[in-house]
Each structure stands twice: as C-alpha cells, then as structure tokens.
Design a protein around this ligand. Sequence first.
Ligand code: FES
Ligand code: FE2
Length: 428
Amino acid sequence: MLRKEHNELLTQTGPGTPGGRLFRSYWIPALLAEELPENECPPVRVKLLSERLLAFRDTGGRYGLIDEFCAHRGVSLWFGRNEENGLRCPYHGWKYDYTGQCIEVPSEPVESGFCSKIKLRGYPLVERGSVLWTYMGPSAKQPPLPEWEFALVPHESSFISKRLQECNWLQAMEGGIDSSHVSFLHRGELTFDPLFKGAKGNQYNLQDARPVFEVVESPGGLYVGARRNAENGQYYWRITQWVMPSFTMIPPRGDHPVHGHFWIPIDDENCWTWSFDYHPTRPLTQDEVQAMRDGKGIHTKYVNGTFRPRANKDNDYLIDRAAQKAGRTFSGVAGIAMQDASLQESMGPIVDRAKENLVSTDNGIIMARHRLLRAIRNLTEMDVLPPGVDIAHQRVRSASLVLPPDQPFKDAGKDALLVRAGVAHSSV
Ligand code: FES
Ligand SMILES: [Fe+2]
C-alpha cells in the first residue's frame, strides 16, 4: 500500500508538480512521425503532462511543439494556417514560427517591434526512429537525444504504435513490470498469438504459475527477474528492464521480435501507451508486420481515424464470456494490449493505492515506486539528475535465459542485459 500523499506525488505530472518536474527531465515520445507526414501539413493537437500543445511541421520541414492557444485572445491554433514557415492564427492573423516566436502581427506597424516581444511556450520536437520526441524541461538542462535501441535500429527492423489509455500512467506502467500476470491473463496468447507462440520459454511460463521474483537495482531503474522451474533443476529466468521514468522492456520469446512500452502522461487521468517491437539483427518479416498492424502481440486496432482502441470501456472491451468460459482467453477480452488496458482502466482513473494488499510478486512494483519517490525527492531538494536521463542507462535489453540454480541472473546475464551491436537478444 502507498500513503495518499505518495500516491499523489507519483500520479500528478502537471506543470509545477514534483512528478511533473521528474518527467520534464527526459526526452519523451510525443507523436508518431507519420502524424506529421509532410511539410505544411495540418497541425496536430498534443496534450502532454497536462499541457495543451500543438505540433506542426513548417515549410522547411522543421518540427515545432508550441502552446495550443494564440497569445492574442486565446484562439486554438489548431485552426491555424500552416504557411511560409509559420502557423498563422485565422482570427486576426498573428503568425508564429516553429519555436513559438511571434513573427508577424499584421495590425501593428512593423517598426513597433511588437511581435518580437510575444512568444508562446515552445519545446523541441525531434524525429528519431519514426517517433517525434520532445523535452519539456528547462533548456539549460536539455539532455542528449534518447538512445533506446528500438529507436536506433533500421526502419525495417522496428514497428511502433501508440494507443490511448484511459487511466493514470502509473497503474498502466505497473502492469509492465508485473511479470506474474502473464501466466494468468495472457496464457491464451502464449499458445495462439503469432508474435508469441512457439517459443520454448512459453512452456515454462505455463507450467509454473508461481514465479519467484528477484528485483535488483540497475543504473537506470530495475532489473525485474522472474524465476520459474525448467528441466533438470535449472531455472528459466525472464528479466524485464524498467528504466526511469516509464520505459519497460518485456523479456523476449524465441526469435520473435522483442518488445516493450513507454507510458507517457497526457494528464493525470489518461496516458499514451507506446508499444515498440523490434529485432536487433534482422528486418521484421512481412507476416510479423502484418500481425502487428492487425493488433496482435502488444499492439491493437483502433476506432477509425483515432488512437483510441476499438475495444474500449464504452463497449466493455468487447468481452466474450463464452471465450472466457472455454478458456480461449482468460478474461474474455481479446489481445494482450486490451487485456492489460481493460483491467488497468477498471481500477478507475487513479487507483487508490492505500487500499491494496501487495504480495511478494509485487516486489518490482514496490521497488519502482520507491525509486521514483527517491528520484523526485533528490531532484526537487538537491537538483540531482534522475536515473534514466544518461544515455548509458538507455542502452539496455531484456532477456530470457535458462541458468543453473547457483548462478545469480544479474551476473550470468550481465552481457545479455546490454545492447550489443550485431548480436541478437538472448532469448529462450
Ligand atoms: S486570437 Fe489569434 S490573432 Fe487574434
Ligand atoms: Fe500484460
């Protein structure tokens, strides 16, 4: 359980909050690059960390992420005209460049220099690996661009999607480090999902529903090790990476692409679940890409023209009680993504953690909360750079391994837990 004030510290990320300051220390994913497909295309509304912003791509191909509202009288610039290296408010014609600087106020004499005094909030927006990343903290502290492996592999080796999740970021993220639910909630997918099935490790998962968790601090966050019995007294280890504040990487299965998530607050009651899939040493196959587009694995299908999942809380996630009863799915909801999201959203927009009863398999979650609280305290009281900002903390991989019983996973898996150029991920 978590005291109310700690729950608030961890779940509130708006401007001026300690948790918001933590998130504003990092480059975070803001949009898919395909949302701004060409120069002078329509701008896109983006709400992040409770700030209403607007993303656009100007005549010269520069990306901007600026305050959504015109500095004159507050019109939404989403209605703006994207023309000649700037976005023009359609009400009285004030024009802004990609940094948010006002560059024209047609009603005022140019000599007055009035427009040079007007600037909207603006954040950098940079493409890396089909994602547009932003940094919303003080410019003096802007860190180097992110170096997550999924964003650096060739385009044909990765697939990235995002979906709206209608709950606070933390309860969504906690699902990403809670390896014990896989043996229950997702057991059908281990057998049937084209992006999971066929791996030897699945058998260990299904045969041993009482994993022993060992959670160890890593430079950027945690290694969450889940140990299950394998044959001949050996152990099957699944090691999840959690890197602050909200990156998780699920342990791989066989030669399937490896995948994971970023959970980014939209506001305190909604978040973006970013889902990446990549293979470190080969392009994804056509079948894999098709399966991901079809909502298999950790991806999902959308309500047309949106990033809201087709199965959502308004239609009870299309629950199929017959499939639940027959065991084709454990919860009756289809697909890993919506199995997770349905249960996480069912807790309410911000779960009351004072009412929980945690058990030993929740150790990863407990330690992640402590680490986040410690980082928030160190940042706000002593201005200490939080873990995960350093790009060395980002060059990590998850792994699945079979090890003799006397070998600690952290030592035996040392190399497997780091990015190794040209070497595939360690996977069973
Ligand atoms: S409100 Fe935008 S120019 Fe007047
Ligand atoms: Fe899950």
